[in-house]
Design a protein around this ligand. Structure first.
Ligand code: TXD
Length: 320
């Protein structure tokens, strides 16, 4: 009888070896989750970053392979493909300003990647997030459970951070969920936020909660204004690696994930962040929460703005 234990770890491809992509590669390798292929359009850059990460392996004590490339053939057989390729925001720009440039980049990346890894699960990170996830879903033709966007995990982590800072408690003890689109119209669910099970409405007054919600909505812009030359990348990479981990370790974590809706929350043919269980097959189920009238209305408004940009993106792609 021959043994059939595989000698290799899963493979995660990251398209776009910029700040989010390269930090994500580091997180995945140093958590020992998978081998990583870093792909970028710029020649030499992903190869250099991969070599740099490989040279840290003895110090960080892991044995994961990190390969840098400009060639999609090197991504073949990936279990997960993460798309971070595209331009980030500059000060004063909205995520939607990125639509035109990033639509073409994401569609091309998704088509190239699926051709070499037909069984992969895709996670889109590029902004504007919800529209880019829709375009990648369209371009790959994948079932919706296998293609999703990362934004809610980051927005929730920001909300949790601001609550923890306000109360002076451990951030990991704060649990909150932010639904809706990744943008000014996101929907932080304050009444579901807790500190180790205690609702924050018991710990903070309404005006303070409103202030923290507002800071969460502007969380990305606040960082762009400070850095000036780009956006956030440490927390976005952490949030994406948490999703990669939930898939690879089949953890079935309940996370806010941008997914294609088919009637859930009364929404159709749109991608938006809602609570999903994430395991080895991708999105295992979508949880339909009981929302208040104002929360439901906020989600509808959020979906409407994504829908408008999906239509714009279809015109842009058709014109090319
Ligand atoms: O919550 C979220 N979803 C986000 C999204 C949080 C943070 C960042 N968010 C978005 O991710 C951001 O607005 C951007 O659209 C992407 C990537 O952000 P990052 O900060 O990593 O941008 P960089 O450092 O400019 O990296 C982008 C890389 C860069 O190296 C380009 O050369 C590469 O993308 N790029 C490409 N790679 C492959 N193929 C093509 N066509 C290509 N075009 C650019």
């Amino acid at each position: 009888m021959s043994s059939s234990i595989p000698c290799h770890l899963p493979l995660v491809t990251i398209i776009g070896a910029g700040r989010v992509g390269s930090t994500l590669a580091q997180r995945i390798a140093e958590k020992n989750l998978a081998d990583v292929v870093l792909l970028d359009i710029v020649e030499g850059m992903p190869q250099g970053l991969a070599l740099d990460l490989m040279e840290a392996r003895g110090i960080e004590i892991h044995n994961r392979q990190i390969i840098g490339t400009n060639n999609y053939a090197d991504t073949a057989g990936s279990e997960i493909v993460v798309i971070t390729a595209g331009l980030p925001r500059k000060p004063g720009m909205s995520r939607d300003d990125l639509l035109r440039t990033n639509a073409k980049i994401v569609v091309e990346a998704a088509k190239n990647a699926i051709a070499h890894s037909p069984n992969a699960i895709f996670i889109v990170v590029t902004n504007p997030l919800d529209v880019m996830t829709y375009l990648a879903w369209q371009a790959t033709g994948l079932p919706r459970k296998r293609i999703m966007g990362m934004a809610g995990v980051l927005d929730s982590a920001r909300f949790e951070t601001f609550i923890a800072l306000e109360l002076g408690v451990l951030p990991a003890d704060v649990k909150a969920m932010v639904l809706g689109s990744h943008g000014d119209l996101m929907v932080p669910l304050s009444r579901y936020a807790t500190v180790n099970g205690i609702p924050i409405t018991e710990l903070l007054d309404a005006a303070t909660i409103d202030r923290l919600v507002e800071r969460t909505r502007n969380g990305g812009a606040e960082i762009v204004e400070l850095i000036q030359t780009g956006g956030a990348f440490f927390a976005p990479a952490s949030a994406t690696s948490l999703m990669v981990e939930s898939i690879l370790l089949n953890q079935s974590r309940l996370l806010p994930i941008a997914t294609y809706l088919q009637g859930e929350y009364g929404l159709n043919d749109v991608v938006i962040g809602v609570p999903c269980r994430l395991g080895c097959g991708g999105i295992e189920s979508i949880l339909e929460l009981n929302l208040s009238d104002s929360e439901r209305e906020a989600l509808q408004t959020s979906a409407k703005s994504v829908r408008k940009n999906i239509e714009r993106s279809q015109e842009i792609l058709a014109a090319n």
